[in-house]
Ligand binder design. Structure first.
Ligand SMILES: Cc1cc2nc3c(=O)[nH]c(=O)nc-3n(C[C@H](O)[C@H](O)[C@H](O)COP(=O)(O)OP(=O)(O)OC[C@H]3O[C@@H](n4cnc5c(N)ncnc54)[C@H](O)[C@@H]3O)c2cc1C
Length: 440
């Protein structure tokens, strides 16, 4: 392979570039990124960056030395708009084409938006530019803030806004946020954190409309109430960024379909990170985006699937001075029990937090820690060890190349802007969406 093009210059794209060099690829390496910025870390955007505890320098994922060492051509501020049917050319938005022998698709996901343009004061939070704009509003004195969506991004943002002294209300359409990820019992504990942080949580009610002509003034709920608002933050999940692949031969279904080694139907095209539906699972976790590139690059350079990227999924979230950590995968019907620590009578984590285990057919399949990092990491390692034999005997199923008649716009949209296949949450898409269930 003489040229490899990485499309997406963020976490998983950078890790893929590192892996290419680490695994001996010494050819031309091109990195295409729509954003004008060098790779930066997103988790602080809803946390330390928003509250002013981390500045932009702290977000950089690679320093100047490492960047120089990668010896890559960085094409930043330009969007890829197509991949030719054989995967040998990446078409750029400015009219150029990068001829290539291999492609790493690392285009991540974009914040799901409410339909229509929206008045000023309405924000999403996915990119550095989003975070800059929101932070600019938050430092202008006390505001009334409505956060739409009680998922992880919504909860973290609400927590940061409350910490800055703003009056915050979270609106969640489901009876309880985070149930698909944590199950009802533990989701109720996390919902209690809003209360503890002085944030009002309204559940079981959707958003009918935003009020305000030039600037937002309120949020009209489907139950008839209107919440006054100076700032609205829309945190209703993310959509994998696959629109640019619509004319390619790759199979797209809530992400780029690939096998467990991140290889698509074209052996010289792999997909990693938030955009990849690898072995039936698309995870929106920082850790997956850093782990998948190793196997993906091995397979890309070999021209076939030699390694798989199946690990125990893991994510964390920081809200209201609590650290939530989750490993494994929850499915409806799993039982959950408190293994360590305490949940108070008010349904909140006790002072030294807690560890909960999820079981299916007598086996631990997931663990949740709230402010119990050591116990959690131990339990996570146990889960990983239990998973090992499965990792060594992977069943690799490659997706088929799409025939032209199979092509349809990816991610059918429902009228409210959510995917008609069901909302994919910001950290873990519901199990029901998986084409091939792969339990831990
Ligand atoms: C605010 C926030 C907080 C988070 N907090 C946590 C956390 O606490 N814990 C956790 O586990 N995870 C967290 N995550 C998730 C984690 O950051 C993601 O899983 C990770 O960023 C995925 O990396 P990625 O490189 O696959 O995709 P992305 O980071 O989305 O990067 C994709 C890049 O590709 C670019 N791109 C898209 N389309 C094109 C195109 N056609 N051409 C060129 N470039 C393109 C995009 O502009 C973007 O720069 C958080 C995410 C956000 C947004």
């Amino acid at each position: 392979m003489r040229t490899v093009t990485v499309v997406g210059a963020s976490l998983s794209g950078l890790h893929a570039a590192r892996e290419l060099r680490a695994q001996g690829f010494d050819g031309r390496l091109v990195i295409v990124g729509e954003e004008p910025h060098r790779p930066y870390d997103r988790p602080p955007l809803s946390k330390d960056f928003l509250i002013g505890r981390a500045d932009e320098d702290r977000l950089a994922l690679a320093d100047a030395d490492e960047t120089a060492g990668l010896d890559a051509e960085w094409l930043l501020g330009v969007r890829a708009r197509g991949l030719d049917p054989r995967g040998r050319g990446v078409l750029l938005g400015d009219g150029r084409t990068v001829s290539t022998d291999g492609v790493v698709i690392a285009t991540g996901a974009a914040a799901r938006r409410l339909p229509g343009p929206g008045p000023a004061g309405v924000h999403t939070l996915r990119t550095l530019d989003d975070a800059r704009a929101l932070r600019g509003e938050l430092i202008r004195g006390p505001r009334r803030i409505v956060v739409i969506g009680g998922g992880f991004i919504g909860a973290e943002t609400a927590s940061s806004c409350a910490r800055l002294g703003h009056a915050v209300t979270v609106v969640e359409a489901a009876p309880l946020p985070l149930v698909p990820q944590l199950g009802a019992e533990m989701a109720a504990v996390c919902a209690g954190l809003h209360r503890r942080g002085g944030v009002e949580l309204i559940t079981g009610t959707g958003v009918a409309a935003l009020r305000g002509a030039a600037t937002v003034t309120g949020v009209e709920l489907t139950d008839g109430r209107t919440l006054p608002a100076d700032v609205v933050i829309v945190g209703i999940g993310a959509v994998p960024d696959t629109a640019w692949l619509a004319g390619s031969t790759l199979a797209l279904q809530d992400g780029v379909l690939c096998d467990e080694g991140c290889v698509t139907a074209l052996p010289q095209v792999v997909a990693v990170g938030d955009v990849a539906r690898a072995g039936g699972i698309r995870a929106e976790h920082w850790t997956s985006a850093t782990e998948q590139p190793r196997a993906a690059v091995t397979n890309l350079l070999a021209g076939r699937t030699l390694a798989t990227a199946r690990t125990v999924p893991y994510f964390w979230s920081d809200q209201y001075d609590s650290r939530i950590q989750f490993a494994g995968r929850y499915r409806e019907g799993d039982t959950v029990h408190l293994a360590e620590g305490e949940i108070t009578d008010d349904g909140l984590p006790g002072e030294s937090g807690f560890l909960a285990r999820y079981a299916r057919d007598g086996r631990t399949v997931a663990v949740l820690g709230v402010d119990r990092p050591r116990a959690f990491m131990r339990a996570r390692r146990e889960l990983q060890r239990a998973r090992q034999p499965e990792v060594r005997r992977p069943e690799v199923r490659r997706p088929e190349v799409r025939r032209p008649e199979d092509r349809r716009p990816e991610g059918r949209r429902a009228e409210d802007g959510r995917s008609a296949d069901g909302p994919s949450d910001d950290r873990q898409p519901p199990e029901r969406q998986e084409a091939a269930p792969v339990g831990p």
